[in-house]
Design a protein around this ligand. Structure first.
Ligand code: 1CP
Length: 355
């Protein structure tokens, strides 16, 4: 049976009347209703671990805007947390992971994760969200890529230089591979459990793939992601296809090789030209993206012009999911999101010739 939701249809390169969109970090601090719940919960991990609150936060942007997909409210760092690493979020500074991975013995101490045990709260949230959405829009599940999650586990938090993990990459490549192998298993099991729990699509975020040169990217980021894509269940229990999206930030030069992983959709950041990218990948994969998120700081008329430019660059072929090239920021104006959603739907209907 053919999927009916425009988002899933576009992921599978089936024709649609208007281009579907969702926004990375569409739930979060730019929404006053999120800030209210966040203040009540106290800390970010309490929100993630409470299925009722995670459900409510996932639905908030869907209530406010005519978006075509919801994304599970969680974080890529729940995996290291489930493996036994202490995790807390410091406002303004980001995540802090206790006792970072520095040598082989540290990796031996990590727990083997059963996603239906240590991450049961995520599966419960997925059940709650799918019940609440009742088929209105599909739900996207996600995980970080092994390389991106490993950067936090080795650095102990966010990094600008990646000095620890790149030191490990060049000095102790076997140790890094050992950690990445553990993460390939955990991420594949985790995403398959999300699919079993009811998500309609999964996205792998390789937010820091762009920190690597092409040779190192192939070995330490692309290869682990390809092994995960191979292991994912591409059909759910209802017999529906489950598209797989890879978003590798800063990796525009690797599109052909990313498409070779067998994923369905490639997420693009804003530094790649959308029209050129389409020419390069042809009909092999759908593309997702790629408006510079900072365009949302401009007035609605300027947002319209940028949407028109991007939709025209992609053209009327099937296989485009509109998105930002990276996540929303806390100081963005929700009214500009309303304008963006109207603009993408309205302009794409015209370009696709349906009105
Ligand atoms: O204080 C707060 O309220 C926490 C802010 C916040 C939020 C809203 C964090 C902390 N994570 C999230 C949610 C989140 N994280 C989602 C939810 C769904 C949605 O998109 O609406 C998703 C998909 C993520 C994924 C995530 N977390 C990524 C990959 C995507 C990306 O932005 O590149 C990364 C790198 C993280 C790590 C992380 N989580 C939070 C922070 C502050 C960071 C560090 C970012 C950095 O190192 O710069």
């Amino acid at each position: 049976m053919e999927p009916k939701h425009p988002f899933i249809r576009s992921c599978l390169r089936l024709p649609v009347e208007q281009t579907p969109l969702w926004l990375m970090r569409q739930a979060g601090r730019y929404l006053p209703e999120y800030r209210k719940l966040r203040a009540q919960a106290g800390d970010f991990m309490s929100l993630c671990q409470n299925p009722e609150l995670a459900t409510e936060i996932t639905i908030q942007p869907i209530r406010r805007f005519d978006l075509d997909a919801a994304i599970l409210f969680s974080d890529i760092l729940v995996i290291p947390h489930a493996m036994g690493m202490g995790l807390h979020f410091v406002t303004g500074e980001g995540p802090i992971l206790a006792d970072p991975m520095r040598q082989s013995g540290d990796i031996d101490r990590l727990k083997v994760v059963d996603p239906n045990v240590e991450l049961k709260y995520v599966m419960d949230a997925i059940a709650g969200i799918t019940r609440e959405l009742a088929g209105r829009v599909p739900l996207i599940g996600f995980s970080g890529s092994p390389w991106t999650v490993a950067t936090y586990m080795v650095e102990g938090g966010s990094s600008k230089t990646f000095s620890r993990i790149k030191g490990m990459l060049y000095d102790q490549p076997k140790t890094l591979h050992k950690l990445l192998d553990r993460l390939v298993d955990s991420v594949a099991d985790y995403l398959n459990a999300q699919i079993e729990a009811g998500v309609s699509t999964v996205q792998i975020f390789d937010s820091w793939g762009g920190a690597l040169g092409p040779k190192e990217f192939r070995e330490f980021s692309l290869n682990p992601m390809a092994r995960i894509v191979e292991r994912l269940h591409r059909t759910n229990s209802k017999g529906e296809k489950v598209p797989v999206i890879l978003f590798a930030k800063g990796c525009g030069q690797m599109l052909e090789e990313l498409a070779d992983t067998g994923c369905d959709v490639l997420g693009l950041d804003w530094t790649t030209d959308l029209g050129e990218a389409r020419k390069r990948v042809g009909d092999r994969v759908a593309l997702q993206g790629n408006m510079d998120p900072t365009v949302l700081y401009a007035q609605p008329a300027r947002i319209d012009a940028e949407v028109e430019r991007l939709l025209t660059a992609f053209g009327s072929h099937p296989g485009h999911v509109f998105n930002l090239g990276h996540g929303m920021s806390p100081d963005m104006n929700p009214d500009h999101v309303t304008a963006l959603v109207e603009s993408v739907h309205g302009i794409s209907r015209r370009i696709r010739g349906a009105s």
